[in-house]
Design a protein around this ligand. Sequence first.
Ligand code: FE2
Length: 293
Amino acid sequence: METVTLSQPRRVERLVTGRPTTDGAGVKLTRVLTQDLQQRLDPFLMLDNFASDDPNDWNAGFPDHPHRGFETVTYMITGRMRHRDSAGHEGLLESGGVQWMTAGRGLVHSEMPEQEEGRMEGFQLWLNLPGTHKMCDPWYRDIASAEIPLFTTPEGVAVRVIAGHSHGVAGAVQREQTQPLYLDLHFPLGQSTFSQPLPAGHNAFIYVYRGKLEVLDALGDPMAVPLHCMALLANEGDGVVLRGAATSAEPARALLIAGKPLHEPIAQYGPFVMNTREQLAQAVDDFRSGRLA
Ligand code: FE2
């Protein structure tokens, strides 16, 4: 593991609270990254957080639906979800595991809970594809919890590296065009810090899903990030320094996500994300004509 020193940590530009919504066949979730933030957080299009002990909130699942033009990254904290797609692929996503799917030119799939009770908690992130790759062959990979690279810093922060690189540790997935960084950070109780370099120009945010965190600026002054809050990081600076909040009643856990913007037009119609309206019309037509299945 490499030691990281930052000279000018990024500050928090803005705090965003997620919006409660329903999706699929009636799954209750919180949309953390909403459509109005797609330009600012390019190449990321959406982040949903589902978390409930009540089966009524999640048991309807996400029956057959299409996607085209981007990637979906589903990270299960607790629970079991089975996915099936029109190309005949099938897999079971279990606690701590990730499904990374490149929709490319399109497919129809379902994502259904494979449990009748208990807790279902996790995230789905939508990562855009460049125009040159939007019509690529669909691809997916199931990454079991044990396959996700993990390291613990001397201060006791456990880091699961889902994508990108952190402290010299390569994540489970790398992407050339968008260079996504996707870390799940588990802080111990107390004021441990964690530093992560971020390339200039890459858009970045954190989302706190347990306890409370702080983002430290160049002077070491903290900006508190409350539970279930997303902090958009300003693009000036060479990385981010996070610290567990002294007042946090439980060990803080957060996602740190960053990526290289594509700087392309974003045209979205539901589960299709293309560059132009004409391409969207084609996607709808292809779906209705059964060309995605
Ligand atoms: Fe989906």
